[in-house]
Design a protein around this ligand. Structure first.
Ligand code: URA
Length: 211
């Protein structure tokens, strides 16, 4: 598999949280909490090289030179539903950043994405977009979400997910080789229903307790 634009975050804490998410005994309350935590830990890597500007800050005892990220530069875009669980973990880290939403569902027969809701900030074309969806399965939803963002003139997109199937990575690399993919792991394969094996099940259902 070509892993050129793929970054697997091997940090022990990330891998530990991933195992908790995978565990079928993890109930929705803990699943939500741990999804927030792993997303925040991974966001640390995603933002490692984000542009900063120099500031001089008055401390109680003097003036300290430093750097800040301009929150206005970033927009987080969860793909509904499961991406919402990741947004809750990372938005508090940069509370001035904006949040857009893309609602897609997979047609169970064709496995192709259907858009049902798109709401993006008007100035999204001037921002770095961090696209959030825990599962990169067939890759079709992610390709469609990136198409939507590129149509809105977004120039810099980073995908942050938790788990991927090799098949999905290949599809995204074919259509959007410019988008870096940050993940905690790449699993073996997809099953015939488009689920990642061994994966963690349906992330939306596990997050919201709908099954
Ligand atoms: N979406 C999920 O929530 N789980 C999968 O395994 C694949 C897609």
């Amino acid at each position: 598999m070509n892993l050129k634009n793929v970054r697997i975050i091997e940090h022990s804490l990330v891998q530990h949280k991933l195992s908790v998410l995978r565990d079928k005994e993890t109930r929705p309350k803990d699943f939500r909490e741990v999804l927030k935590e792993i997303s925040a830990l991974m966001f640390y890597e995603v933002t490692r090289n984000v542009a900063t500007k120099k500031v001089r800050t008055k401390t109680p005892l003097g003036i300290a030179p430093g750097r800040v990220i301009s929150g206005k530069m970033i927009c987080m875009v969860p793909i509904l539903r499961a991406g919402l669980g990741m947004t809750e973990g990372i938005h508090p880290l940069l509370p001035q950043s904006r949040i857009g939403h893309i609602g897609l569902y997979r047609d169970p027969k064709t496995l192709l994405p259907v858009d049902y809701f798109i709401k993006l900030p008007l100035d999204i074309d001037k921002r770095l977009v961090v696209l959030l969806d825990p599962m990169l399965a067939t890759g079709n939803s992610l390709v469609e979400a990136i198409n939507i963002l590129k149509k809105a003139n977004v120039k810099k997109i980073i995908y942050l997910g938790i788990l991927a199937a090799p098949e999905g990575i290949k599809v995204v690399q074919k259509y959007h080789p410019d988008v870096p993919l940050y993940l905690a792991a790449v699993d073996k394969r997809l099953n015939s229903h488009g689920y990642i094996i061994p994966g963690l099940g349906d992330a939306g259902d596990r997050l919201f307790g709908t099954k």
